[in-house]
Design a protein around this ligand. Structure first.
Ligand SMILES: [Zn+2]
Ligand SMILES: [Zn+2]
Length: 197
């Protein structure tokens, strides 16, 4: 027998003595979602009967949503990884275009030196453009993330303890990600240096 079927929850309606038997999964329902037989008698959820499930289904639902949210987290983490990768390539590109060793310079012909000098003389313009562009993009990105965080309303939920442990888990992942980020950047810088020297 499924362990979930042993779960006994008293009806949230204080006037009812029965235990919760069913759960409403209707998207637009505004009534108490856990309810008992007495609730059915007074007409709760009667307008959307096809979205009613027995109590044990609640636990299937919870574990399905946990799995789906983990999948979502994995997918958005991968999207961030792609951004990091592109960012490392950008940094490498800046180095390879604007940084040159004395030895490398001496190995160039006059036409190549001329080309390098022209580019480096225009560096200020490039610097202003890229900084402005990145600042705008990052600000837009941060604003949207903050908006999403606000929509999630993490800090207003009653299950503070659960939220707290999830936030700690996220912070831990962030730390790991941050360390990987810098390690990766050092490796990539080293790769570019190796190619150039
Ligand atoms: Zn009830
Ligand atoms: Zn309902």
């Amino acid at each position: 027998m499924n362990q979930c079927e042993d779960i006994i929850v008293k009806c949230p309606n204080p006037e009812h003595t029965k235990n919760v038997k069913q759960v409403c999964f209707d998207e637009s329902c505004k009534e108490q979602r856990l309810y008992c037989h007495e609730c059915i008698k007074i007409g709760m959820h009667v307008t959307h009967l096809k979205h009613q499930e027995e109590l044990p289904f609640l636990f299937e639902h919870i574990s399905r949503i946990e799995k789906e949210s983990d999948n979502l987290i994995n997918r958005i983490n991968k999207q961030m990884d792609l951004i990091y990768n592109d960012f490392f390539l950008l940094i490498g590109g800046i180095r390879s275009k604007y940084q040159i060793s004395k030895q490398q310079l001496l190995n160039l012909n006059f036409q190549q030196i001329n080309s390098f000098l022209s580019q480096s003389i225009h560096f200020k313009q490039f610097e202003l453009t890229i900084e402005k562009l990145l600042q705008e993009l990052i600000k837009e990105f941060q604003d949207q993330i903050k908006k999403l965080q606000k929509d999630l309303n993490l800090f207003a939920l009653d299950y503070d303890q659960i939220s707290k442990s999830n936030i700690e888990k996220s912070e831990e992942l962030y730390e790991i990600g941050y360390k990987l980020y810098w390690n990766d950047e050092q490796i990539i810088c080293q790769l570019f240096d190796d190619v150039l020297l």
